[in-house]
Design a protein around this ligand. Structure first.
Ligand SMILES: Nc1ncnc2c1ncn2[C@@H]1O[C@H](COP(=O)(O)OP(=O)(O)OP(=O)(O)O)[C@@H](O)[C@H]1O
Length: 271
């Protein structure tokens, strides 16, 4: 059974309506408006920590100014790749879009509401319920089994151990990991670990998955398998996808490619 088929059949049996079912039709799911990120202005701290005093307008030449007036709109179900040279601001943009970093100025709207208008607790809840994250590596808890790693986000959202592990098992199966439920991350290959990470990101039925170099630690063939799974699963679940990558072959899985340079989006390509 292909991942698409199994995802379709299994995801439909998951526990609740995805959060994006409540999004306003036609309005962007996620929007960055005039986002500036100056790491020296004291906004490189996570939003959950106290903010330092913001300083004067950023100098246009400093390399700690990671984003300069960035505007992006992402629709529900859309897939967007962010490319650009090292240091161009890709990861910073992804972290601002996901509410992990608070921009120095400008704002990020999710379902029409500014992330900065939500309390720390609300933002944490939002990330747990609506956002999935996939990083290059190291995102799984090493002391937990694959099954527990995938079940954990559901338990943090209030589901019982039994419910959470039953749903997690479906996603691990859908990711081709039957038989590996009890393995810890250190006992899995890089590709297997990354598939566990996909299952963990998708298990909550997020409205958007943020992926930062999801194939960066994988060989090309395994990277394609992971991207096939990620794009299949997000499409099947009408989930938006934002992928930071240096690899054009990875970017081409998406419907739109944004190219960044010196903290700005300099090119936008629809595929
Ligand atoms: N915590 C930080 N403090 C100060 N400057 C930072 C910090 N994080 C990133 N920067 C700077 O912000 C700019 C953008 O960094 P960012 O990591 O977003 O780039 P990137 O395009 O994702 O790079 P890469 O492809 O190498 O991961 C760079 O000049 C970087 O040095």
């Amino acid at each position: 059974m292909s991942f698409s088929q199994s995802t379709t059949s299994q995801a439909l049996h998951l526990q609740r309506e995805p959060a994006h079912a409540t999004a306003t039709i036609g309005a962007p799911l996620l929007q960055a408006q005039h986002v500036v990120m100056d790491y020296y202005a004291g906004s490189a701290i996570p939003q959950s920590q106290p903010q330092q005093q913001q300083q004067a307008s950023p100098s246009p030449f400093a390399d700690h100014i990671a984003l300069r007036d960035v505007n992006v709109s992402i629709q529900a179900g859309e897939s967007v790749a962010i490319m650009g040279p090292s240091g161009s601001g890709k990861s910073t943009l992804l972290h601002c879009l996901a509410g992990i970093l608070k921009p120095t100025s400008g704002q990020v709207l999710y379902q029409g509401t500014a992330l900065s208008s939500r309390s720390d607790t609300e933002r944490t809840k939002l990330r747990r319920s609506d956002f999935g994250f996939v990083f290059q590596s190291g995102q799984l808890l090493p002391e937990l089994s694959a099954l527990a790693n995938v079940a954990l986000p559901l338990m943090l959202n209030g589901q019982s151990f039994g419910e959470a592990t039953a749903i997690a098992a479906k996603w691990l199966n859908a990711c081709g990991l039957a038989g590996l439920f009890d393995r810890r991350p250190g006992e899995l290959s890089g590709g297997q670990s990354q598939r566990v990470a996909l299952a963990r990101a998708l298990v909550i039925q997020p409205s958007i998955v943020f992926a930062d170099e999801p194939t960066g630690a994988l060989d090309q063939q395994t990277g394609h398998m992971v991207m096939d799974m990620l794009t299949d699963a997000t499409q099947q679940n009408h989930c938006a996808l934002v992928v930071v990558t240096h690899d054009i072959h990875v970017a081409q899985y998406c419907s739109r490619i944004l190219t960044m340079q010196d903290g700005q989006i300099i090119e936008e390509q629809t595929l």
